[in-house]
Design a protein around this ligand. Structure first.
Ligand SMILES: NC(=O)C1=CN([C@@H]2O[C@H](COP(=O)(O)OP(=O)(O)OC[C@H]3O[C@@H](n4cnc5c(N)ncnc54)[C@H](OP(=O)(O)O)[C@@H]3O)[C@@H](O)[C@H]2O)C=CC1
Ligand SMILES: O=C1CO[C@H](CO)[C@@H](O)[C@@H]1O
Length: 346
């Protein structure tokens, strides 16, 4: 697969690193409005994980200032969209109309309806959405165990994704530009929950608001199975000392799986490495690799290459499931605002 990155910011840099390490995908071009970045100076890019951005070698890359110019390049199979959320829909539409395959960063759109409309317009495998969690070792472990029925039936669990004030993201709370903690942050867990448990039938969410946007919220999801007890907590707390936390406890009939990671602003961190508590009382500590965050993006990009080159669509990248995740977030938003449980259309 030959790819071109659209938008050179934090994710553009992380995806660039993943292409360098991938044996299945080749980065052949990128598009940036910024002349300095087009000449290879990516040092000003800010991010919150991975190595700092560097001066890159552009001698083997085509560089474009506009998407239209990059779309005219027939050597590119897939456009890898790393723009801010409010620009995703238009960019995806343009790429699809030009006959390109697309890998779009999450969230696919700012509402479930907009995302579902977009997904319906794409041919199978043409629209892939870069939801990273299923490619992270700790989340992949649970997804694989559920798919294989390794620990018996899924009984539910609880997910957590809490960040400090994301001051580096302009317009974070603007529903028309980024979507705030629900659409931009919790969407990771909404997508993972949708993958693991299917589409919940209803949700009840309570949250603290910042203007019209939920800032910190807890949700309980109901599925068709009355035994499943499932919840998630997400959002922003106002203490910058703990900029990022994520984790889960997932319950199966025969095992409980737990993991949690938190980064602190002083460079320290706290980690509950993935642990499996078995029904017979034994405890398992699976070894999940060296913790390099870029490696998960390599797997994500390799999966996109498998879709483009062989038509094998990894469910984690499926545009329809990404749209379902946003429909779930929409229902959570309605529930916070009305104070009532919301039924989700099938
Ligand atoms: N999967 C994950 O773990 C993460 C995913 N994300 C998602 O990735 C996407 C990008 O986020 P991130 O990389 O942090 O954002 P950044 O702001 O760092 O980068 C976005 C880039 O898009 C381009 N851009 C910005 N505004 C415009 C505009 N008005 N018109 C055209 N191009 C524009 C710029 O690139 P240039 O200067 O080259 O034109 C900019 O650097 C978001 O959807 C976000 O939710 C973000 C963080 C983590
Ligand atoms: O995982 C992440 C950390 O928080 C950011 C702010 O919501 C998200 O954009 C990003 O996807």
């Amino acid at each position: 697969m030959r790819a071109g990155i659209l938008g050179v910011g934090f994710m553009g840099w992380i995806h660039y690193l993943a292409y360098q390490a991938s044996e299945r995908a080749e980065l052949v071009a990128f598009c940036s409005r910024d002349a300095g970045k087009r000449s290879g100076d990516w040092r000003g890019i800010k991010g919150n994980f991975g190595p700092p951005a560097e001066q890159i070698d552009v001698s083997q890359l085509a560089t474009y200032e506009t998407l239209d110019q990059m779309l005219a390049d027939d050597s590119i199979d897939l456009i890898d969209i790393c723009l801010p959320p409010h620009l995703h829909v238009d960019a995806v539409k343009k790429c699809l109309a030009a006959g390109k395959k697309v890998l779009c960063e999450k969230p696919l759109a700012l509402t479930g309806e907009a995302a579902a409309t977009l997904a319906a317009q794409a041919a199978p495998g043409q629209l892939l959405v870069a939801h990273i969690l299923p490619f992270m070792p700790e989340f992949r472990f649970v997804a694989d165990a559920a798919r294989e029925g390794r620990f018996g039936k899924l009984l539910g669990g609880t997910f957590k994704r809490v960040i400090g004030p994301p001051d580096w993201i302009p317009d974070f709370y603007d529903a028309d530009r980024v979507g705030g903690p629900l659409m931009d942050l919790h969407v990771h867990d909404a997508h993972f929950i949708r993958m693991l448990f299917g589409m919940p039938r209803s949700v009840f969410t309570r949250g603290r608001m910042r203007g019209d946007t939920p800032q910190y919220f807890e949700s309980t999801f109901s599925t068709a199975d009355p035994d499943v007890v499932l919840s998630a907590c997400s959002g922003v707390i106002d203490q910058p000392g703990r900029p990022f936390t994520h984790g889960y406890e997932v319950h199966f009939e025969q095992a409980t799986v737990r993991f949690e990671f938190a980064a602190f602003s002083d460079g320290e961190s706290s980690l509950v490495p993935l642990v499996v508590f078995h029904a017979d009382g034994s405890i398992e500590h699976p070894q999940l690799g060296d913790g390099d965050p870029v490696q998960s993006f390599v797997l994500e990009i390799d999966a996109a290459a498998a879709a483009v080159d062989e038509g094998q669509i990894h469910p984690a990248l499926d545009g329809n499931i990404a749209a379902d995740a946003l429909r779930l977030c929409d229902a959570q938003l309605e529930s916070v605002r009305t104070g009532k449980p919301v039924t989700i259309a099938e």
